[in-house]
Design a protein around this ligand. Structure first.
Ligand SMILES: *Cc1c(COP(=O)(O)O)cnc(C)c1O
Length: 451
């Protein structure tokens, strides 16, 4: 039986995975969540041990996607095609590991979801002879991952909005040098402005015939592939089904962390998920006090992909814990804070602490972390101080390659990060993009002209 998805605002009909993926956000402006969460047994978990990453992805995703959603043989091909790069787990000390999610074509963890979404969307659209416009806001890494994953697909046009001053040269080049069906817009504003414009376009009746959809983490299609690498880490490292893991996730819009929460609900032995934010600490404050206030405008930290003053996935997290939050960030029903505190550990890390952590891990462990990974590292250390446990399996996610943030690596550590092969030569490729003020009529006119 195919799984149905409901909207967190509860004023839209339930839909299939296909509709949730192609639609992005629910018509009542809520976010889609599965009506029930599939389970994986201890035996099935142990059986993941002998498999390659793409086979683990297949095993996890086929529990979500029934034969009517995607036939098993198609899903097996798509996962094998999408996951053709390594996902290393580096032992740092004892049972503490770093999972490197930075080996994909654009060197951030966004590749994991972007590559699967592109393949699934393309599969559905080519069956239906339909076209879509994927309109996406980026704080830096989503844009490159989406551009790379969707480039050259016949049924999909891509438009990416990025905040001019908040993305690095390399991040911009990953979006602006492909051409073809990928267009990008440099916005004189912040990531929050990009996200707000994208939402306005989705809710604009006049554009409804355009087939706009989102590849941001409001799309449920992002979250399912982002649960897979937690299974991968566990399968690589755990000794028995009783061996519970802690994962520390550097968090902005909480799409990555929601992957961990879904994995835990499926039955993955996870004792805690550490949600580590930068100075945009609206969630850690909420977690401690139950009071929620967005941060407007968001604070500019060096872990720039996490400069989010209101995480779009918070509505999903609140919903999974029995509460209700609308798209503006207003709490209508308080979630079970006690249960949330038992499963999650929320912690904020300042910029000075981020820099200090980059220096400490480099000095003590010869571990090169870029700012986002350093936030995750310190988050885990904080958790371990408060809840010490001998021999616990604990993994920090490194969400991007240090070479994506050469300025910070140079400034903090005084070294040059080695550039992975996939990123070499980008500086010599010609860039094409439009510049725009954060002004909705300008975006609308652009979409009408180009899409
Ligand atoms: C997007 C991003 C994050 C934040 O992930 P969310 O799913 O938005 O919480 C963290 N680190 C890097 C490098 C990113 O690109």
């Amino acid at each position: 039986m195919a799984m149905q998805y409901y909207s967190t605002n509860r004023r839209a009909p339930e839909v299939s995975f296909r509709e949730a993926l192609l639609g992005g956000q629910a018509p009542d402006r809520g976010l889609y969540l599965p009506v029930s969460i599939p389970k994986i047994s201890a035996d099935e978990l142990m059986a993941l041990k002998g498999l390659a990453y793409h086979q683990r992805a297949f095993e996890v995703l086929r529990r979500w996607l029934a034969e009517d959603d995607v036939p098993a043989d198609v899903l097996a091909d798509l996962t094998e095609d999408a996951y053709n790069f390594p996902v290393p787990l580096e032992q740092i000390y004892g049972r503490t590991y770093v999972m490197r999610l930075d080996q994909g074509p654009t060197a951030s963890f966004k590749d994991f979801a972007a590559r699967m979404m592109a393949r699934l969307m393309n599969y559905y659209l080519s069956q239906e002879h339909r076209k879509l416009v994927v309109l996406t806001a980026t704080s830096g890494d989503t844009g490159g991952a989406i551009a790379n994953a969707f480039h050259g697909l016949e049924n999909i046009e891509v438009v990416i909005l990025f905040p001019r001053q908040e993305v690095t040269d390399i991040q911009r080049r990953q979006m602006t040098t492909l051409g073809g069906n990928v267009r990008s817009i440099s916005l004189e504003g912040k990531f929050d402005d990009c996200q707000a414009l994208v939402k306005q376009a989705f809710w604009d009746e006049e554009l409804s015939s355009f087939g706009l959809t989102s590849a941001n983490s409001i799309n449920i299609g992002r979250l399912l592939p982002q649960s897979v690498y937690y299974f991968h880490a566990w399968a690589e490292l755990a000794s028995s089904p009783e061996d519970k893991a802690v994962f520390s996730v550097p968090s902005g819009n909480f799409g990555n962390m929601m992957g961990a929460v879904l994995a835990k609900r499926m039955g993955l032995p996870v004792s805690r998920v550490v949600a580590a934010t930068n100075e945009n600490d609206e969630f850690p404050v909420f977690y401690r006090t139950g009071g929620y206030e967005k941060i407007v405008p968001s604070i500019n930290c060096i872990s720039s992909a996490m400069n989010v003053g209101h995480p779009s996935n918070l509505a999903r997290l609140v919903d999974l814990y029995g509460g209700s939050m609308d798209e503006q960030g207003r709490l209508h029903i308080q979630p079970d804070l006690y249960a949330l505190q038992r499963d999650i550990y929320a912690v904020e890390v300042s910029d000075p602490q981020t820099r200090e952590t980059m220096r400490t891990v480099w000095r003590e462990h010869q571990l090169l972390l870029e700012p986002h990974g350093a936030v995750g590292w310190l988050g885990l250390q904080r958790f371990a101080e408060e809840f010490p446990a001998e021999g616990r399996l604990q993994t920090v996610l490194e969400t991007a390659h240090p070479a994506k943030f050469p300025e910070h690596i140079r400034e903090v550590l005084g070294i040059e990060a080695e550039v992975p092969e996939s990123m070499q030569g980008l500086e010599h490729t010609e860039e094409t993009y439009e510049s725009m003020e954060p002004d909705y009529p300008a975006l609308k006119a652009y979409l009408k002209r180009n899409a």
